[in-house]
Design a protein around this ligand. Structure first.
Ligand code: MN
Length: 243
């Protein structure tokens, strides 16, 4: 099982979450929301090689944490993964849009200068500006758009510039989300939960809940669970080789 976007450090019981990931042999991209959180979050997974910790600066926090951008740059050589980063066009954040764009552009330039990374990217209500920023910084590595909610045309543009997609249970609950997943290239789709932010029956999703996504993908791709698992494992290998 693969959870390519999970906030392990933000669960009430992160050690328990790590223990269960190890027990179930789940590969996890453990994303962070601030550069300051990176060292501590990495330490959670110290004995767990299948949990990789990404260095992030969440767009919802860009206006509060932009001063940590220097810390971001200094930590970047320590990891092959960046996230959660991106842009958020929600009305509540309009006031901070300029800061968000500056922070995201800075991050993409740093990542390009460092030789590129696998990046888990937030693009809520901001798909076009995110794709524009990625196009301006084409050497920043491999972008994985997490919880993509754009249009079909935006999806096509994202595919054309090399984006991958991580898909979670919440996204597959809507007809629209399932139609988008069906339009994604099969070899660029991976699974995620976005726990503990994303929930099911008001409880935070756990990394093992990606099982649900495997079932949905089997239906969408018209194949069985084991074939889906094989494809996802192969895709993950390819993604990690590319970084
Ligand atoms: Mn997230």
């Amino acid at each position: 099982m693969i959870d390519l976007h999970c906030h392990i450090d933000l669960y009430a019981n992160p050690y328990e979450v790590v223990r269960r990931c190890r027990e179930d042999n789940i590969y996890v991209l453990s994303v962070t929301t601030t550069p300051k959180a990176w060292e501590g979050t990495s330490a959670l997974a110290r004995d767990c090689p299948r949990i990789r910790t990404a260095l992030g600066l969440h767009p919802e926090l860009a206006h509060e944490r932009f001063r940590e951008i220097e810390l971001f740059d200094s930590l970047l050589p320590k990891t092959r993964y960046v996230g959660e980063v991106g842009l958020d066009g929600s009305p509540a954040l309009h006031l901070h849009w300029k800061t968000q764009v500056e922070v995201f552009d800075h991050i993409l330039r740093s990542v390009a200068a460092a030789g590129g990374r696998v990046m888990s990217i937030h693009s809520r209500r901001a798909v076009v500006p995110v794709l524009n920023a990625l196009s301006r910084n084409a050497d920043a590595g491999v972008p994985v758009l997490h919880w993509f909610t754009g249009t079909k045309a935006q999806l096509e543009r994202a595919v054309a510039i090399g984006c991958w997609f991580s898909v979670g249970p919440a996204m597959l609950r809507s007809q629209r989300g399932r139609a988008l997943v069906a339009a994604m290239p099969v070899d660029r789709v991976l699974t995620e939960t976005d726990g503990p932010f994303a929930t099911k029956n008001e409880l935070p999703l756990q990394p093992a809940d990606v099982r649900e996504v495997v079932g949905e993908l089997a239906a969408i791709w018209n194949t069985d669970h084991s074939e889906v698992e094989e494809r996802l494992t192969e895709s993950l290998r390819r993604l990690l080789r590319s970084s």
